[in-house]
Design a protein around this ligand. Structure first.
Ligand SMILES: NC(=O)c1ccc[n+]([C@@H]2O[C@H](COP(=O)([O-])OP(=O)(O)OC[C@H]3O[C@@H](n4cnc5c(N)ncnc54)[C@H](O)[C@@H]3O)[C@@H](O)[C@H]2O)c1
Length: 325
């Protein structure tokens, strides 16, 4: 297989104003993409996340919706896009509030893209899956052959999307691959409201005089990977992963939620109360990943968790200051 490359290509990133998508946009520009086009309805993403990319003059942002085929048609008619990275999604937490819509976004967006690709509108699709498609571990560490047993409608939509990509590759020979990150953390992850992840919400609470919280026993564990490590792996896998295949992107480290909250408190010099809240339904207990496949395919460099956490917490502290100004 000849290596894929983003160099001198026009690349579309759906959900590119979000956390992972915006870091991907920056990296694609650094890798020599001629132009990066973002379609994001700003459900959770923010234009601020694209400030660095905007400054290059090579970014076009459409505040629009991947669920609308007509909107995608419009975007594709205006740019000579050859590669699509599909990051658009509604946050997992949203599926507890609006389960059907969280499912629909994950499925409809990718089907619209696959139909465009099938008609030859663009060449290569790199689809973002999630470790959530595996559900609670049947065996650990979970490799790419682990059964997909989603517990939330968010994850069910993501699992359906994976299967859609795989079936379009089998049926129509499309050049489409799947990257499957585990839990990411890092600068730009949303810290607001019900959609916030555990690290931003805890940091934000401490920065604003609030009380950090742990749901359930806090013994549920996750594999946290620094966002720039994920992007590095995505770009390297994009070059070589065969069509129809998927690859986990994770560290080999499990952190329990209780340990995580305590580490954040320690790094932020917080020694106040930690509130205990009831466990959430459908919270998977453990997510120990196998990244053997990815390790065998690419040079994989991982940021030490405490170092990544420090950088992330500093970023939130600066962000809080900027907002207060
Ligand atoms: N963050 C993680 O820990 C993690 C882990 C595994 C997989 N992923 C996957 O990575 C991808 C990016 O996740 P993220 O953490 O950056 O999430 P995010 O919410 O920050 O980014 C998703 C973006 O999609 C946009 N969006 C939502 N619905 C849309 C629609 N209908 N049309 C256009 N844009 C829409 C949102 O506004 C947001 O900017 C997702 O596919 C997610 O499933 C994330």
């Amino acid at each position: 297989m000849t290596k894929r490359s983003v160099n001198d290509q026009v690349v579309l990133v759906t959900g590119g104003a979000g956390f992972i998508g915006s870091h991907l946009v920056d990296r694609l520009l650094a890798e020599g993409a001629r132009e990066v086009v973002v379609i994001d309805n700003l459900f959770l993403g923010a234009e601020d996340n694209l400030a660095q990319a905007q400054a290059t003059g090579k970014l076009t942002l459409y505040r629009d919706d991947v669920e609308l085929a007509t909107s995608l048609d419009y975007v594709f008619s205006r740019h000579d896009i050859s590669i699509v990275f599909n990051c658009a999604t509604k946050a997992l937490n949203y599926s507890f509030l609006n389960p059907a819509n969280a499912f629909a976004t994950n499925v409809t967006g990718v089907l619209n893209l696959l139909e465009l690709q099938r008609r030859g509108t663009f060449q290569t699709l790199c689809h973002f899956s999630t470790s959530e498609v595996y559900g609670s571990a049947v065996y650990e560490p979970m490799d790419e052959l682990h059964p997909r047993n989603p517990t939330t409608t968010y994850a069910a939509g993501k699992a359906a999307a994976d299967m859609a990509v795989e079936s379009y590759v089998r049926m129509f020979g499309l050049d489409a691959l799947i990257v499957r990150p585990f839990n990411n953390y890092g600068p730009r992850q949303n810290h607001k409201g019900l959609m916030a992840g555990i690290i931003p919400i805890t940091a934000w609470r401490i920065l604003h005089g609030g009380t950090p919280e742990i749901h359930g026993e806090g013994t549920q564990s996750r594999d946290f990977i620094y966002v720039k490590d994920t992007i590095d792996a995505v770009v390297k896998l994009f070059a070589i992963l065969p069509a129809g295949e998927s690859a986990n992107i994770s560290t080999d480290n499990q952190v329990t939620i209780a340990d995580l909250v305590h580490r954040i408190c320690a790094q932020m010099n917080y020694d106040g109360e930690i509130a205990r809240k009831p466990a959430r339904h459908a919270d998977v207990l453990s997510h120990a990943a196998s990244n053997k496949k990815t390790q065998s395919l690419i040079e994989y460099s991982l940021t030490d968790f405490d170092v990544g956490l420090r950088t992330t917490l500093d970023w939130y502290a600066n962000r809080a200051k900027e907002i207060a100004r």
